[in-house]
Design a protein around this ligand. Structure first.
Ligand code: FES
Ligand SMILES: [Fe+2]
Length: 441
């Protein structure tokens, strides 16, 4: 159980709060690069309790500045993107990426000296692209690097980015990244029952292990009937610091929008069959996943992360940890809270918190990954089809409902599925993800 004061410490992330200050020490993905490659090159972003706009100017640089124009507060998410910087659509004030005011058309005309213009400065932050995502950094200088996770360098893969707006606090979402037992219940047993299957429950967890490493926590699980050389016991899964989850072929970030909202971002990698290589994906598509069923007003429960979202929002807009009853399976959650408290103390002392990446010379950072071999070397189509989980993943996007038809068809083309449509079966994906190395959490 957690005191009210400590719960507040974990959940309040606005400017000036201890957790807000800690989370500002890290880069956060907030958008997809493919959102900015058309005519629409500017949009609002809400991050860590601040309203901002992100844009990509016509010289190809990203900017991230406060949302309200310094003049009379117009909404810059409707601004005019220039070769360099962004112009307010109301009276034409023009800002560069560092928030400096480059021009005030009428004021500059009537007063060519216009010294006042130089005193105008918008709040501005860093923005950078990596792995098809646009990342934001709102902390002090010197900024760390956007982490170069090794999976971002994997080749011959179809990647996609999926967003979902989740109306609850970031921390209850992230606690789920170190919670192996929910997999057995939420993603397996509950899925069976949702489908009307009254059969026996799945193999229970019999042992759990939680370990710390430089970039987060690792959980390992042993299920009844599994052997100790199962990769989920020898390698495990990674709760990536401070607000992400890495499962071998996809990342999930729980990006703190404000105290009551979280942006879920999924970055997925599917290696194409060896026969389809070389495969070069020119543009990583992105899409927004609905989380509510319009017809019933209830949360969507058919896909893996939709199910997780049911758990997160079900805990309340902000989970009240003063009323919880932790059990033995929550050891990882306790470890996560402890490490966050350590990091909060480090920041208070003026030190770096854990897991910052500052040295580019280190190169891509490999993460514990049960199926790394597949991702690096690839597999033939035959090998892929003999693996039940891969087959399920080919049949349907398993993580979130609502994948647009055009993304599905790009995926099918990349994988060559039109030619083999009779070789896999499209069953509901969630029912097939059984803790194997491909998708199991
Ligand atoms: S409000 Fe932006 S230029 Fe006037
Ligand atoms: Fe889950």
């Amino acid at each position: 159980m957690v005191s009210e004061a400590r719960n507040e410490l974990f959940v309040r992330i606005g400017p000036g709060t201890p957790m807000g200050e800690l989370l500002r020490r890290y880069w956060h993905p907030v958008a997809a690069a493919s959102e900015f490659d058309g005519e629409q090159r500017v949009r609002s972003v809400r991050l860590l309790g601040e309203d901002l706009v992100m844009f990509k100017d016509f010289s190809g640089h990203y900017g991230l500045v406060e949302r309200r124009c310094a003049h009379r507060g117009a909404d810059l998410s409707y601004g005019i993107v220039e070769d360099h910087g962004l112009r307010c659509q109301y009276h034409g004030w023009h800002y560069d990426r560092d928030g400096r005011c480059l021009a005030q058309p009428y004021e500059d005309t009537v007063d060519p000296q216009n010294a006042a213009r130089r005193t105008v400065r918008l709040t501005h932050y860093r923005a950078e692209e990596k792995a098809g995502l646009v990342w934001a950094y709102m902390g002090p200088e010197p900024a760390p690097l956007v982490p170069a996770w090794e999976p971002f360098t994997w080749e011959h893969g179809f990647r996609q980015i999926v967003f979902a707006d989740v109306p609850c606090n970031w921390f209850q979402c992230q606690e789920n990244s170190v919670d192996p037992v929910h997999f057995e219940w939420m993603h397996e047993n509950w899925t069976m029952r949702l489908k009307g299957d009254r059969g026996a429950y799945t193999a229970p967890h019999i042992r759990l292990k939680f370990e710390e490493f430089e970039y987060g926590l690792i959980y390992k699980r042993l299920r009844e009937g599994a052997s100790e050389d199962n990769p989920l016991w020898t390698v495990g899964r990674v709760a990536l610091w401070p607000n992400a989850f890495f499962l071998g072929s996809h990342f999930e970030w729980r990006v703190p929008v404000d105290d009551e909202n979280t942006l879920s971002i999924v970055w997925c990698f599917d290696r194409v069959p060896r026969e389809r290589e070389p495969y070069l994906q020119r543009r990583i598509p992105h899409w927004y996943a609905p989380i509510k069923d319009e017809a019933t007003g209830r949360w969507i429960t058919s896909h893996v992360i939709n199910q997780d979202i049911v758990a997160w929002v079900g805990q309340g807009t902000i989970a009240d940890r003063t009323r919880e009853t932790p059990g033995r399976s929550d050891e990882g959650v306790m470890l996560m809270r402890k490490r966050l408290l350590r990091d909060l103390k480090a920041v208070e002392r003026g030190q770096d918190p854990s897991a910052l990446v500052r040295d580019a010379a280190d190169g891509p950072i490999a993460l514990p990954c049960a199926n790394r071999e597949w991702q690096i070397r690839g597999r033939s189509l035959e090998q892929m089809l003999t693996d039940k989980l891969t087959r399920a993943r080919l049949a349907d996007f398993p993580f979130l409902a609502g994948q647009p038809r055009e993304v599905r068809s790009e995926f099918e083309q990349a994988m060559g599925l039109a030619e083999i449509s009779d070789r896999f079966t499209a069953k509901g994906a969630a029912g097939l993800v059984e803790g194997g190395p491909a998708m199991g959490q």
